[in-house]
Design a protein around this ligand. Structure first.
Ligand SMILES: [Zn+2]
Length: 256
């Protein structure tokens, strides 16, 4: 029998893992029988990487479904499956999503249904880990080989109270929109999830775009181990807190 390896490590992939997690896709019973689980992407996974992730799957589901800017499917998912999971956990799930809760407000959605919106500091480190796994899974699926190198997810959906971080976020979105224009969108349930990927640039770097519920955008730069990435002076200045201008087309973004 042919040996199938795990998408994350070199162990044998004896189990099947959904990328992104199946929990993000509404169940038919919650959406009047509509099927949003057509041809979900799966990859082989070793038992270790499969179990290690199931806790993260719930975390990701709660983190993404209620985000402002989502389409109605995202909201609906938040009101049904996600809501049940939160209740079952006596709100512990919600506490895990935000490392610091600042305040919450309730939005009246009519028919006596309310959506609780909670502002706070999301667990960005954990979100990064989740998206790292998703990108590695999609890579394995898309290119039929594991990703050897680094993944740098950029979470475009997070709101930054800091002006400089906001400006950087706008820069990334603008730049990515150019790189991704006309690229094929993959995913049989695009209202829930689709992804696209750019060609490698002259240094071998490329970009994955993940879009959830029509409004949550994640951009992940893939830096293969063999890439000859030059030392990026712009980013170096930025990291040192020096005022830097990043330019895309005619627009200039001021950082720091
Ligand atoms: Zn593994």
């Amino acid at each position: 029998m042919q040996f199938t390896r795990c998408y994350m490590c070199e162990a044998e992939g004896t189990t099947t893992e959904h990328v992104p997690p199946r929990a993000l896709f509404p169940e038919a019973k919650d959406v009047q029988g509509r099927n949003y689980r057509i041809d979900l992407v799966t990859v082989p996974s070793c038992p270790l990487h499969n179990t290690a992730k199931s806790d993260d799957d719930q975390f990701l589901m709660v983190s993404l479904a209620g985000i402002i800017g989502n389409n109605s499917i995202g909201y609906h998912h938040r009101m049904t499956k996600v809501d049940r999971a939160i209740r079952r956990s006596s709100n512990r799930l919600l506490d895990k999503v935000l490392v610091k809760k600042s305040h919450s407000l309730k939005i009246d959605l009519n028919n006596n249904r309310f959506l609780e919106v909670i502002w706070g500091t999301p667990d960005a480190q954990r979100l990064h880990r989740c998206f790292n796994h998703i990108v590695r899974g999609l890579h394995f699926h898309h290119f039929a080989e594991p990703l050897v190198g680094e993944v740098r997810p950029f979470l475009g959906f997070l709101f930054h109270s800091d002006r400089s971080a906001r400006s950087f976020s706008e820069f990334i979105e603008h730049r990515a929109s150019l790189d991704l224009a006309e690229k094929t969108r993959y995913g049989k349930n695009p209202d829930v999830f689709f992804y696209s990927v750019t060609e490698p640039d002259q240094f071998g770097l490329y970009l994955f775009h993940l879009c959830f519920y029509g409004g949550v955008n994640v951009y992940a730069a893939v830096i293969p181990s063999h890439s000859k990435r030059p030392h990026d002076i712009g980013f170096e200045l930025m990291n040192r807190g020096i005022k830097t201008f990043l330019k895309v087309e005619d627009k200039s973004y001021e950082i720091n």
